[in-house]
Structure formats: C-alpha cells, structure tokens
Design a protein around this ligand. Structure first.
Ligand code: CS2
Ligand code: MG
Length: 407
C-alpha cells in the first residue's frame, strides 16, 4: 500500500480549519487536522513544502515509523507549527489504519473503557447575571460540567473568554480580529471578584455541578497560590493555566499552598513539555491536544506517562480545533484508563456539519464517538470551496499602565 497524494485545505465556517487529506493507491484516504489558531497558514505550508514530498510513496500503515521520520528525522524538532503538521499526518494515518481494519480507532487503541466522554461547555457572561443564565441554559441541555468565565466590574475588556455585552448566543466562540484587539487586565480586581462568582454559582446550582475556570496564564505564582487557597472551599473541578507554564518549577509553590486541582498543557507540543509537571505530580489534568502535540501516536505516550502519576486527561478541544481533532480525541477518551473530561463547545452548526459530516453526537453531558471505521469524520471538498483563509489574531493584553501581559 502506498501514499499517492496529500492535500491541505485552509478555511471553514467562521474559522480557518487546516485539513489534511492523504490519498492511497487503494482508494482509502485519511483525514487530519493541523488547525493552529491564528497561525493557520504555517502548518499548512510546513506540510506542503517539507512533509508531503517525503510522504509520497510511503506505506501509510507504518504510522510509527512515519512519525519518527518526521520528528526524529528533523534536526530542528518540536514547536507548535511542526507538531501540528506531524499531528495531522498521524491522525490521517490512524484514520486509514482503522478503515483498512474496518474498526473505529478506539478499538485499535485497546477498546472502550467507558461508553462516552464527559464534556464541559463554555459558560460565559459579561456580568454575573448573564453568566448564571448561561449556566442554567447548559444545565437544561444536560451538561454536568461547565467552564465559567465572568466579566469583572470596572474591567470591561480584560477577562479571558468573556461574552460581549450584546452576545446572547449562550455559546462562547472566540472572536479573533483581523488585527489584534487590545484588552486591559487588572489582577487585583480579578482576584477580588472571582471568588464571589464561584460562591454565587454554588448557591444557585448546588454541589453536583462540576465547575471549571480558565485563568489563561494571567497570574504570578504567588498570586495563583493565594487564589487557589481562597477558592478551595468552592470545590472546583479544575483551575486552568493559573500561570504561564514556561516556568514549570513555579508550580511547586502552588502545590505547597493549595489542593485546588490544576489543569495545564494546551500550549504544550510534546512529551518533553509535559514531563516535569507530570513526573513531579504538579498538575491533576493534562490539557494537550492531538492537533498541536503530534497526533494520536504522541499523545498516547503523554497519556500513558500521565497515568503513572495520577494525572487525568482534559484535552484542549473544540472549538479551537476541527471536528477531525475532536474525533481523534474522542477515540482516545473512550480508551484512556485515566480519562478525566473533554473540552467541548457545540461545533454543530449546519455549516460545520456539512463540511465535516460524522455521526458523533452529544447527549446528556457526554460526547459519543462514532463506530464507523477510522476516525469517523468525513470532509466535503465541494463545501470546502465556499471557504478560504482569513487572517485572524489573538488579542493582546496590557496592564493599565501599558505593560504588555499574557493573553
Ligand atoms: C482556551 C483556548 O479553551 C481554552 O482553554 O484557553 O481556547 C485558547 O484561548 C485558544 O485555543 C487560543 O487559540
Ligand atoms: Mg485554556
């Protein structure tokens, strides 16, 4: 069996999905996702200029050797661009493998450890009332877990993941401008206000709701430790990215001061990025995604290391990546003995479903992965003609005096 062709498509409804399609001489094809938010053309170019020429003629069944060829075979290794490109190839090869075997990918990993994956929705409000209403909406749709982001009074444009004033859609979809928006952040205001938000949520929704919160790298280690300690009583499911995790040793300070569960890893690209946090047991959930962390082959290694250290999975997910990535994670989620939770935002717009048809579905707080052979998602190339790349940027964040801060 040989790979005969591979093509990359960039574009999609409201988002620049980067979709790889690998074709074989036996008519079977595989799909992968290389969507690197706000840098989408780069993994596409990396694939087209460097990886695809080496893929042609290779046996697609040798996914391990192909992974090693592109990772170990490169002198300059790692980083989000290369790992997203390798990740897309790897997903597509698992898709092909499943189609050859006539089995869904989770069967190739070791079968089902559970029937579906617990997911969390994004509840967001420009103020507390709007947030409480959104949480109520998700609860009525059966969600058992919500990640809550709330506007902070007197900090109108500074919180991560806050719905716009006029947004009553209930779904938080990150709006990225064609040039970077600027946000103003004030740590003191945030630290004073957020505990009152968790208190109100518990009062209104009781003890069973799983509450998650994303700090989005905004705090210093000492501030995060103090914050974690203060909110322990609200029994969060996790506190995400409390500090920028380049300084991984800083997480020791948090651990010494608080038992609030910590989730980190959405910007990590390899096992090497995760190693210290996992081995020192400084986190409770690992947030990598199959897209930026080298596909199923590599993420499986991360998951297995994590399992040795009581770290559960909490993969970064839709809406940042495409339904192909969501599917690949869905298969790992069904198998992984140390599965925790999956990030999930309803991608199910008509346009998105038309571009990526599948029978995955959401029901009662769980994501159910298709039993179709391979990843169980298709890509409609005729639909794809409706879309093209549109430049988008993450916002940048400044403190009130102008100092640049972490988005
Ligand atoms: C966020 C991300 O969902 C999350 O946890 O931290 O969506 C992040 O802001 C984006 O992926 C950035 O592109
Ligand atoms: Mg996050």
């Amino acid at each position: 069996m040989k790979i005969t062709d591979a093509k990359v498509f960039v574009g999609g409804p409201g988002k620049n999905y980067v979709t790889l399609k690998i074709q074989t001489d036996e008519g079977i094809y595989g799909l992968g996702d290389a969507s690197l938010n706000c840098r989408e053309t780069l993994p596409a170019k990396y694939l087209e200029d460097y990886l695809i020429p080496c893929l042609i003629g290779k046996d697609p069944r040798n996914s391990e050797d192909i992974w090693q060829y592109f990772y170990r075979g490169a002198y300059f290794r790692g980083g989000p661009i290369a790992m997203a490109a390798i990740g897309a190839i790897d997903m597509a090869l698992w898709d092909i493998k499943g189609k050859i075997a006539g089995l869904p990918v989770y069967q190739l990993l070791g079968g089902k450890s559970r029937e579906g994956a617990l997911v969390y929705a994004h509840a967001t409000g420009h103020d507390l009332d709007a947030l409480l209403e959104t949480i109520g909406h998700y609860q009525s749709e059966g969600y058992k877990a919500v990640r809550v982001q709330c506007g902070v009074p007197d900090m109108p444009k500074g919180g991560y993941g806050i719905a716009a004033q006029d947004d009553d859609s209930k779904h938080f979809i990150t709006q990225f401008g064609s040039l970077p928006d600027e946000e103003i952040w004030d740590t003191d205001k945030y630290l004073r206000y957020m505990p009152t938000v968790f208190e109100k949520i518990r009062e209104r929704f009781g003890d069973d709701l799983k509450i998650l919160h994303d700090v989005h790298h905004r705090l210093l280690p000492r501030e995060a430790a103090a914050f974690g300690k203060e909110i322990e009583k609200f029994n969060l499911y996790w506190m995400e990215d409390p500090t920028p995790a380049e300084d991984q040793s800083a997480l020791r300070l948090l651990r010494q001061h608080t038992t609030v569960p910590i989730a980190i890893g959405e910007v990590f690209n390899s096992l090497w990025d995760c190693k210290q946090l996992i081995e020192e047991e400084l986190i409770d959930f690992i947030r990598v995604s199959v897209t930026y962390a080298g596909g199923i082959t590599h993420v499986r290694r991360i998951v297995e290391l994590a399992a040795l250290h009581h770290v559960r999975t909490g993969f970064h997910g839709a809406p940042s990546h495409s339904p192909i990535s969501m599917a690949a994670q869905g298969h790992i989620n069904l198998w992984a003995p140390n599965f925790g939770i999956q990030e999930y935002l309803v991608l199910g717009t008509k346009e998105c479903d038309a571009l990526f048809p599948s029978d995955h579905y959401y029901k009662d707080g769980m994501f159910h992965t298709s039993d179709a052979p391979g990843l169980g998602v298709d890509f409609d190339e005729t639909e794809a003609k409706n879309y093209s790349y549109e430049r988008r940027y993450h916002p940048v964040v400044r403190l009130e005096d102008g100092t640049l801060w972490n988005y």
